[in-house]
Design a protein around this ligand. Sequence first.
Ligand SMILES: N[C@@H](CCC(=O)N[C@@H](CS)C(=O)NCC(=O)O)C(=O)O
Length: 301
Amino acid sequence: MAPSEPRYELLYWPGLQGRGEFIRLAFEDAGVPYDDVGRMPDSAGGGAAAIERLLEEPGPWLTPLGPPALRHGEVLVAQTAAILQYLAPRIGVVPDDEASRLRAHQIQLTLADLVAETHATHHPIATSLYYEDQKREAARNAEAFVRERIPLFLRYLDRALDSNPEGGGRWLVGRGCSYVDLSTFQVIAGLRYAFPNAMRRIERRFPRLVALHDAVAARPRIAAYLASERRIPFNEWGIFRHYPELDLGAPARTARGGRAAPKEAVARSKRARAAPAAKRAAAGSGRARASRKGRKPRRKA
Ligand SMILES: N[C@@H](CCC(=O)N[C@@H](CS)C(=O)NCC(=O)O)C(=O)O
């Protein structure tokens, strides 16, 4: 970063990886310094209050509907994929040519679809309600997500490796690691956290994506980041949440050895893996509602 260039400020909720993590990974891999404003003390203009202010301020920029947002001098940009589209060429985590950048943006938008669907596994009815208020529907949604949607998205990514001959089946855009590879690492890590049984089974079919995940994790700056306190552990406030009752393992077998009907499999899985009490407590009472209509319930960090 040139000395005269303004500092990058990431605006995202404290205490969770969430969508902010896709931006953090880009900065970390590039070795470019940034302020993680939500994690700074209130006294330094940070904390959740700074994010709340951002969502209420009238501009002059386009006021974001939700974080993450990136402030860079006079520029304020929101929407994860748009932030990365702005940021990546400036910090060198995407090739320079337009075709590569367009390809990267498409893949990132598809990952955003996957992220939204992942969120819907625990919030299928309303974002403003707690998981505990929509558990039945979540079980149905997660079952289809795990059986159909995770394989579909991973197959998309696997095929994307084929359409990038330069990447040698290792990278999604161009000949090296780009921000979409970092984001792909993050969704694989997140899906493994949320659905460990299902992912063990599904990812056997996608060895190149497993290799991509491992190659990203081994990049020196990423490895250092993952081992640092800057990497917030996955938890039940983020996108990727581990509710054991939503993680379907190997297809349940009937007494005759055939596949159990999906409903039966869900019931079986729910009985077998009741959520630990501590985790339920961490997720809140389940009765509280968002303070502002339609808004997500916010964690006060
Ligand atoms: N499509 C947006 C989604 C933004 C979003 O949903 N942000 C969440 C946090 S991860 C939020 O707090 N939104 C506020 C709200 O929905 O009320 C993106 O990819 O950045």
